[in-house]
Design a protein around this ligand. Structure first.
Ligand code: PMP
Length: 353
């Protein structure tokens, strides 16, 4: 009885942030962009014709790949696209992390990495960040079959300077090093230029955050053509049509609207800096986040308590009940009005403490 169960792949899944849909909520829990996508995206979607949906999408995602390559001054052969950077990263784990040595990533980082490693049975080792939540390049000089880290790191928001990124890449020419730049457009420096020098460096980005397209699921990887070819070989061994017609059209339009991108990311950065100042005054401490979120702990009020109090007011932030970070809240940068409402609530709440 039940003997099929022994053949089941046991997976411990990633738990995404909740997606409540309440009319008066302030949603600051999944690092979405508070601004809508470029109006050009809406136009591109309207131009799609119902009858065309009977056709499969372009399996090479040619026009989208070209728009991304144009934006970054790359050749098409240097760009791979997927269903959000989650899909791109999963494909990259499957493609590049096949050795017997552990794959390395920080202990406090994007919590999908250990999930993929578990799913694909990749041995891994989590390298502790320093007390101040900083990645130390010298810790990545141990035997490994691959390295992955976000820059800026998540959920801390802290940026690793380019020299330190290069130090890790240069010391690990025997492995593919993946820099997950989901949040890079909010003020950090991209490692993209290093891909010219290092064949084993893959830079992964997304349209979910800085291009306001979390709902469309578009991510991409950039690197030397051989890395991209290997990724495509795995993709075509899995699902040829990962990108649907709507995503192809929306992604292309978003990538081409540089002006809107510049304007909205500037707004988010300004609001982030305003929020940092306000939170400091309220007694919060945090690293210098370069993402569209702030990872903050209060000097006296526990993180869990604040999380629950905010939630009751329908202000949703993210709380991770994990070692080292259980006193922190990860607060996505919303509109100026949303952040003011957050700060006003906290002012009141902390006064009553
Ligand atoms: N990397 C990091 C560090 C993230 O925080 C996220 C967002 N959850 C992703 C990748 C995946 O984002 P997406 O699949 O929406 O591109």
């Amino acid at each position: 009885m039940d003997s099929w169960k022994k053949n089941v792949r046991r997976a411990i899944p990633y738990v995404p942030g909740e997606q409540p849909n309440l009319p008066d909520m302030i949603k600051l829990n999944t690092n979405e962009n508070p601004y809508p996508p470029s109006p050009k995206v809406g136009e591109a979607l309207h131009a799609l014709r119902n009858r065309d949906l009977r056709l499969y999408p372009d399996p090479t995602a040619g026009e989208l790949v070209e728009a991304i390559a144009d934006y970054y001054g790359l050749k098409k052969e240097q760009v791979f696209v997927g269903v959000g950077s989650d899909d791109v990263l999963a494909m990259a784990f499957l493609t590049f992390f096949n050795g017997d040595k552990p794959v390395l990533f920080p202990d406090i980082t994007y919590s999908f990495y250990d999930v993929w490693a578990g799913l694909f049975r990749i041995p891994y080792r989590q390298i502790p960040l320093t007390e101040d939540f900083v990645i130390r390049p010298e810790d990545y000089r141990i035997e490994n079959s691959g390295i992955v880290f976000p820059n800026p790191n998540a959920p801390t928001g802290q940026e690793l300077p380019q020299e330190a990124v290069e130090e890790i890449v240069a010391a690990n020419s025997g492995s593919v090093v993946i820099v997950d730049e989901a949040y890079v457009d909010f003020g950090a420096r991209s490692a993209l230029s290093l891909t010219e020098k290092y064949d084993h460096l893959l830079v992964v980005q997304t349209m979910s955050k800085s291009r306001s397209l979390a709902g469309m699921r578009i991510g991409y990887a950039m690197g030397n053509p051989e890395l991209i070819r290997r990724l495509n070989d795995v993709k075509y061994s899995f699902n040829s049509y990962t990108m649907d017609q709507t995503a192809l059209a929306a992604g292309k339009a978003a990538m081409e609207d540089r002006e809107y991108f510049e304007e909205t990311r500037k707004n988010v950065m300004e609001t982030r800096e305003w929020t940092k100042r306000e939170l400091s005054e309220l007694g919060f401490t945090f690293g210098d986040s370069m993402g569209n979120f702030i990872f903050a702990a209060h000097k006296s009020c526990p993180g869990r308590e604040l999380f629950n109090a905010l939630r009751e007011k329908r202000i949703f932030v993210r709380y991770f009940d994990k070692p080292r970070i259980s006193n922190y809240l990860r607060i996505t940068v919303g509109t100026p009005e949303e952040m003011k409402a957050l700060v006003d609530f906290l002012k009141n709440y902390l006064r009553q403490e």
